[in-house]
Structures are given as C-alpha cells and as structure tokens.
Design a protein around this ligand. Structure first.
Ligand SMILES: O=C[C@H](O)COP(=O)(O)O
Length: 247
C-alpha cells in the first residue's frame, strides 16, 4: 500500500507509569515507519506529559482523548484544547462513541469540540459510527451521514481526520466485512467532498473497531481506509507494532 496512513492508538482509561516502556517502543516504531505512515497514541491525560518526554525527538504523535469546547473556564475535571497544545500534543479525539454514550455528547457538541481543537492548532480526529440496531435496520449510512454533517467543523479541513467506528465492533472482536467498510468509507468520502470540495478528498478516514494484527492488512487494503483508530491492541507494543507494519 502506498497511500498516506495514520495509525492511532486510543488507550482509553488504561495505563499507569509502567506503560511508558510501551510508549518508547511505539516511538521507535514510528521512527522506522515509512514517511507516508504517521503513528499516534492518545494515552490518558495523566500520562500525556510523561509520554511527551518519552517520545521526545521522535515522530510519534501524541494527543488527548477529548477536550472541552471552551478554551478555559469553570469546568471542573475538564481539559481544554489549548492545554493539550501547550503540552506539545498534535491531535485530540472528539466524539468517540463512548463519550457520546457515557456523556451524552451530541453532534453539535462534537462540532464545537472539533472547532476548538483546530483553533488551538490541533488535528481533530472526529469519530462516527452506527449501533448494531441501526445497521440491522439498514440505517447505518443515513446515521453516519447525519453524524458527519452535524459534527464537521467549519474550520480548516486540513486539520480534520474522520474515524469510522461501528459501535458494535468496538472491543467485541467483531469487524464488518471489507466490503461493508468499503461502502461506508466511500459514503463518508462523498459527504466530505460535498462539504469541503476537493479538500475533502485529502481527509484521512480511519477505520476503528477490533483492529488487530490479524485483520489490519485486509482493512488497510480497502481503498478509502486511511489508517486505523486502535483501542485494545494499541496498549502493548507487541500488538500495535504489527498493525503499524501492515500500514
Ligand atoms: O478508539 C478506539 C476504538 O474504540 C476501538 O477499540 P478496540 O480496538 O478496542 O475495539
């Protein structure tokens, strides 16, 4: 595969200081990857500064798993996009289905967060994806189209990345067929081009949901798949490195 790719790990609420050895190993792999392959991880906020140090001088990109829509203020427990930028982060994930479910985040909120991220100089990885019931009802394309339309910022599309994560595939070991991923990524591409014109063709569309060393190559071979957002298999370099290599 000779296309630009982004392989990003989302550590979710996992990782203590002992996990910094994994960051160091992933950073070495990032440096060994071809220049068209970007490698990134989003550790928990508690590890970000330490991870920044562990990855200093390498090509490993670091990011947050969420940010607030405001740049500062009285929001106990929240992290603002300028704080992530100040720490040397490159990106932030917004609109993950776990936040949409656990924290009631709507497309409108996700759009505000993505805008805040880009204004702060970060890339925004915007997550979308249908539930199993929505796919069973053949509503998946409409659901994701509505999420895309509602979540995309009006800001510079060069800083936008989309992650298509079917909710039913997250942490379950189940993945869509390559043909289903192809259908969805083509539909997302059409939506991006409708919104941003030719700039929409350059936006990376990641696949996420039970990506593993054993299925990464098949998923990456889908033409409009521009990388992966990896959860469980990004926690250990032994699992994550073969996924990077498959890109
Ligand atoms: O953000 C990552 C996704 O939710 C995928 O998680 P998973 O690879 O553990 O299924």
């Amino acid at each position: 595969m000779e296309k630009p790719m982004l392989v990003a790990g989302n550590w979710k609420m996992n990782g203590l200081k002992a996990a910094l050895v994994e960051v160091e190993a992933i950073a070495r792999a990032a440096d060994s990857a071809p220049s068209r392959v970007e490698v990134a991880i989003a550790p928990p906020f508690t590890l970000l500064a330490l991870a920044r140090g562990a990855a200093a001088g390498t090509r490993l990109q670091l990011g947050g798993q969420d940010c607030h829509a405001n740049p500062s203020g009285a929001h106990t427990g929240c992290i603002a996009a300028p704080m992530l930028a100040d720490l040397g982060c490159d990106f932030v994930i917004v609109g993950h289905s776990e936040r949409r479910t656990d924290n009631g985040e709507t497309d409108a909120v996700v759009k505000l967060k993505a805008t805040a991220a880009i204004v702060a100089g970060l890339r925004a990885i915007i997550c979308v994806g249908e539930t199993e019931a929505e796919r069973d009802a053949a509503r998946h394309l409409d659901v994701v189209a509505a999420q895309i339309d509602g979540s995309l910022p009006d800001a510079d599309p060069a800083s936008v990345v989309i992650a298509y994560e079917p909710v039913w595939a997250i942490g379950t070991g189940r993945t869509p067929l390559a043909g289903d991923v192809d259908e969805m990524h083509n539909a997302i591409r059409a939506r991006l081009v409708a919104r941003y014109g030719e700039d929409g063709r350059r936006i990376l569309i990641l696949y996420g949901g039970s990506v593993k060393p054993s299925n990464a190559a098949e998923l990456f071979a889908v033409p409009e798949v521009g990388g992966a957002l990896v959860g469980g298999a990004s926690l250990k370099a032994a699992d994550f490195l073969p996924i990077i290599a498959a890109a």
